[in-house]
Design a protein around this ligand. Structure first.
Ligand code: DHB
Ligand code: FE
Length: 271
């Protein structure tokens, strides 16, 4: 799903019933019912940091956070009034080792502060709890400094994460979330760009043709989905962790949400 910061602000300020936000938040009702019925123990949350924990001095292409607790970052307008995020260090260390041994040179980080890239998806799914009902393994992907990892690499990382989770010796229920997107551009002459046709094709491809999506080159995201549309490569990590055949449980697409197109898809393994 997308991680538009204004969605977090709408929730924090109690504006979700306003004319502007109501149609977007209405699309989360099915998702919240779905997750209440099958709440996982841990979410491997694939997200990007927006110069919050990492800046230009340190840009890991892929980083896994093995810490016990993640503070909510102050991104310049105060800390969001939401609970800190609990980590899952045992699983995170296991995934780290297994995925590195499988050929992905992950960077390890500890108790990093987390920004809207990670907290807005939690709000979308869980609304405003006193404590988040899941533990989280943050998996950060660089989509800020060129070049980000390729779609192929992200898709293959998802497969490696699945193998790693399946080889963990504790029986946990784990979901993988891919976040960011959809089409958007926040700066320059094309600021405000939204391409609903691209987004619809991407959502369809997530269900039926992930390998085709994994072949989209960076330049095509830039051209068709805007400079920040490249965040969509993170969805491919999630898709790689699923079976070849998936069931579409829920789809919600809404424009506008701030400057962007908000996309949200829930998939389960199986036909
Ligand atoms: C905005 C910021 C983001 O990081 C994003 O992915 C979408 C929108 C924004 O500032 O509106
Ligand atoms: Fe973003």
């Amino acid at each position: 799903m997308s991680h538009v910061p204004a969605v977090g602000a709408a929730s924090d300020l109690g504006n979700t019933g306003d004319d502007y936000w109501k149609p977007l938040f209405a699309g989360f009702e099915v998702s919240r019912k779905w997750i209440a019925e099958r709440c996982p123990d841990v979410v491997v949350l694939v997200y990007n940091d927006h110069a919050t924990a990492f800046d230009l001095n340190l840009v890991p292409t892929f980083a896994i956070a093995c810490g016990e607790e993640f503070e909510i970052a102050d991104e310049g307008w105060g800390r969001r009034p939401v609970p800190n995020v609990r980590g899952a260090p045992d699983l995170a260390w296991h995934v780290r080792q297994a995925v590195i041994e499988d050929g992905f040179d992950l960077t390890s980080v500890g108790n990093v502060p987390v920004d809207h890239g990670l907290t807005v998806p939690l709000t979308v799914m869980f609304d405003r709890p006193d404590a988040w009902p899941v533990r989280v393994v943050p998996l950060a992907v660089n989509v800020i400094v060129y070049p980000p990892p390729s779609g192929q690499r992200c898709y293959a990382l998802g497969k490696a994460i699945r193998r790693a989770v399946e080889s963990f010796d504790e029986d946990l229920d784990v979901q993988v979330w891919g976040t960011g997107g959809m089409s958007h551009q926040l700066q320059g002459p094309r600021a405000g760009l939204i391409n609903s046709e691209f987004d619809a094709r991407f959502l369809d491809g997530m269900v039926h043709d992930p390998e085709g999506l994994a072949r989209i080159p960076h330049i095509e995201y830039m051209r068709d989905a805007g400079s920040e549309g490249i965040e969509l490569v993170m969805w491919l990590v999630m898709r790689g962790a699923l079976d070849a055949r998936v069931r579409e449980v829920h789809r919600h697409y809404h424009v506008p949400a701030s400057n962007t197109a908000f996309g949200h898809l829930i998939l389960e393994n199986g036909p």
